[in-house]
Each structure stands twice: as C-alpha cells, then as structure tokens.
Design a protein around this ligand. Structure first.
Ligand code: ADP
Ligand code: MG
Length: 259
C-alpha cells in the first residue's frame, strides 16, 4: 500500500519559495493503477519525481509496503520503475544498456532471463532495431518506447509513468497502452500514471483522480468502472468523460461524480 500523508513540496529560488504540492494526502492499495489528470503546471511531474526519490519533500511522509518490504518509500528498498516526462535515458549508453542498467544497479540482472525478456518487450514495442543506438539518435516516440521497456523490464513494485505515451503516434500509442495493460495484469505493480488524456485515464486507471490547478492537491478521486475498456458502448461513459472534463476546468468543490 502506498500512503502519502500531508506531503508538501516547494521549489526554492532567489525570488522565494514556490509551493507546488501542498498538504497532499492519498492512499493507493497494492496492485492498483491510479491515473492522475490535471492542468499543465499543477505539479504532476513534481509529485512523480518526489515519489521516485529524485526530489526532496518539504514535509510529510511517503510510505510504501510491497511484497513485505518496509517503509518508508525509497528507491533503495523498493523497486521503482520510472518513466519520467523527459524519458530519462542516459545519453552515453545505448538503449539496451539503458534498459538493463536499473537491474544491474540492483544486482538483479540475469543474462538469459533478461535477454529473453528484453527481446520480447522490444518486439512488442517495436524497438528491436534501435537497441544498439544512443538516445540522441532517436525520435521522441522511440525514446518513450525505450523508457517503457526499461521500466517494464525491471518488474517494479511501484510503477511511475509521467505522460509516457504522449510522443507516440496514434497507432503506436494504442499498441503501447495495450501492452501496458497486458504487463500490468501480469506483473501487477502499484501504478501511478500521469496523463493529460481523459480517454487514456479512463482506459488505464482503475482509479481516477484530478489535481487542482493551484494548491497542488487532489480534489477528486473515484473508482473507474471503465478501466480496461477501449470504447465502452455506454452513454454513461460519455457522461464520465464530461464530468472529468468539467473537473479539469473548474475550481469549484463538490462537483458531479459518477460510478
Ligand atoms: P505538471 O507536470 O503538472 O505540468 P510540474 O510538476 O512540472 O507540473 O510543475 C509544477 C510547477 O512547479 C510549475 O509552476 C513549474 O513552473 C514549477 N517547477 C517545476 N520544476 C521546477 C524547478 N525545477 N524549479 C522551480 N520551479 C519548478
Ligand atoms: Mg509534467
């Protein structure tokens, strides 16, 4: 279970403190997939980076228990698969080396198993031909697919994805989303997916939340009956989309909800 309690994150600069996440609290059960929607600049990437351990919190706690590993949340103790918004591949390593690096750092690399697994993922993500290339030789979509392969190969306990499909063309995006669902059903990592697509959130999050434009908090959280359904043939689905859209643009509390 992931337990975020009263988390606040500020950026400090010469102009002063810029509070981005303010007293954020939420919980996520093990093996759930939370999709977070929110307007640009509301702090989604900040939250993901803090969960991944690359940003320090001003105050509050982040705890995570998975497969009997203890608190608090830390990249050393927990297997965290991160797909950052900029993909985060090391420029001096090839795609293959980038994909294998987290396993090697954790001393969990097994040549036979992971060569096979990387081949399988590369085929599914159509990156077989670029495994020996360097990040600066790749397109935005190829970088994203490589970052997805790296995260899945790790078989993480906690999977953090920051707009992981945004640079993909429509067909590749549809395939990558399906692959995510297949891998998620098989590996069952506790997942947080940040996306700006309402349809993607409804497809890939079994729980949906919306972050406030200001104040860095989650103002809406709901179970999602449309999880894993590509084109639900249901009038209520359109209503759900409409409600999420409203949530994204309004500052009011106590809006409509669906289930
Ligand atoms: P989102 O991912 O929701 O678009 P971010 O988490 O990237 O939002 O940014 C939230 C706010 O924090 C924005 O106002 C942004 O300008 C600011 N911000 C992001 N990164 C930094 C940084 N490294 N230093 C200072 N301010 C930052
Ligand atoms: Mg962002």
């Amino acid at each position: 279970m992931l337990i975020i309690n009263d988390l606040s994150i500020h950026y400090k600069s010469k102009q002063g403190d810029n509070p981005v996440i303010c007293h954020l609290s939420f919980q996520l059960q093990e093996g759930e997939s939370l999709a977070i929607l929110g307007p640009s600049g509301c702090g989604k990437s900040t939250l993901i980076n803090a969960l991944a351990g690359s940003l320090a919190a001003e105050s509050g706690t982040m705890e995570f228990a998975a497969r009997d590993q203890g608190y608090p949340l830390s990249p050393k103790q927990h297997k965290i698969g991160l797909i950052p918004q900029n993909c985060g591949l090391l420029p001096w390593k090839t795609v293959r080396e980038n994909c294998l690096l987290p396993l090697k750092i954790r001393k969990e690399y097994h040549k036979n198993k992971h060569t096979q697994e990387l081949n399988r993922l590369s085929k599914a993500l159509n990156i077989q031909d670029i495994l020996n290339k360097y990040p600066n030789e790749l397109s935005g979509g190829q970088l994203q697919r490589s970052a997805i392969a790296r995260a899945f190969l790790l078989e993480p306990d906690l999977l953090l994805m920051d707009e992981p499909f945004s640079a993909l063309d429509e067909i590749t995006r549809a395939e990558a989303r399906e692959l995510f669902l297949r891998v998620w059903k098989y590996q069952k990592p506790t997942t947080i997916l940040v996306t700006h697509s309402i349809e993607e959130a409804l497809y890939l999050g079994n729980i949906l939340s919306v972050m406030d434009a200001q104040g860095g908090n989650i103002k809406y959280q709901k179970n999602n009956p449309y999880f894993g359904q590509l084109y639900p043939d249901h009038a209520d689905y359109l209503t759900a989309k409409q409600i999420l859209r409203q949530q994204l643009v309004t500052k009011e509390e106590g809006m409509d909800t669906f289930e």
